[in-house]
Design a protein around this ligand. Structure first.
Ligand code: CTP
Length: 152
């Protein structure tokens, strides 16, 4: 039985998340995912759109995921590797080299990051839509104002 462990925020679940989780599951038999709690995200200066409970439920609902645990601080990785008898620790290539020190506890791998998609991109796209909606409403109100003014 080969156990694989990974971590992430996984806000606004997207194809990059599914690709890495499926890729990591293919490296072993059991995949454990540490999902960052809202408090930990705050420490990292991140704010997710979905709460920890929602993100954890969505990750737990994926066929390739066997277990979800909360990620509460930077130092827990070594403890989790020991507690869950982890064989492989894996992250996306944006973390290349950052966790090599865990090599003394288990194998450390980095899988290629899926290009052109991220939670940040999606959040930015959503905020553009919001700004556009606000402008549309403003234009509608300006038109209404002109009509009322013309009525005297
Ligand atoms: N990931 C990936 N390909 C992407 C986006 C993320 O392989 N296009 C991987 C990351 O490398 C990480 C895991 O998915 O191992 C969780 O990443 P997370 O930070 O939650 O996702 P991002 O979309 O990168 O979020 P953000 O924009 O907030 O950094």
């Amino acid at each position: 039985m080969t156990t694989v462990l990974t971590y992430g925020t996984f806000d606004l679940l997207h194809i990059g998340h599914l690709n890495i989780l499926e890729g990591l599951k293919a490296k072993g038999d059991k995949l454990i995912v540490g999902v960052s709690t809202d408090e930990f995200n705050q420490q990292k200066g991140k704010r997710s759109l979905f709460s920890y409970e929602q993100r954890a439920r969505m990750i737990a609902g994926l066929k390739c995921v066997d277990m979800v645990i909360p990620e509460e601080h930077w130092q827990q990785k070594a403890d989790d590797i020991k507690e869950f008898d982890v064989d492989i620790f894996g992250m996306g290539s944006d973390w290349q080299g950052k966790f090599d020190h865990l090599n003394e506890l288990c194998e450390v791998i980095y899988l290629p990051r899926t290009p052109d998609v991220s939670s940040t991109n999606l959040k930015n796209a959503l905020s553009v839509i919001n700004k556009k909606s606000i402008q549309d409403i403003k234009n509608g109100l300006d038109n209404l104002y002109d009509i009322v003014k013309a009525m005297g």
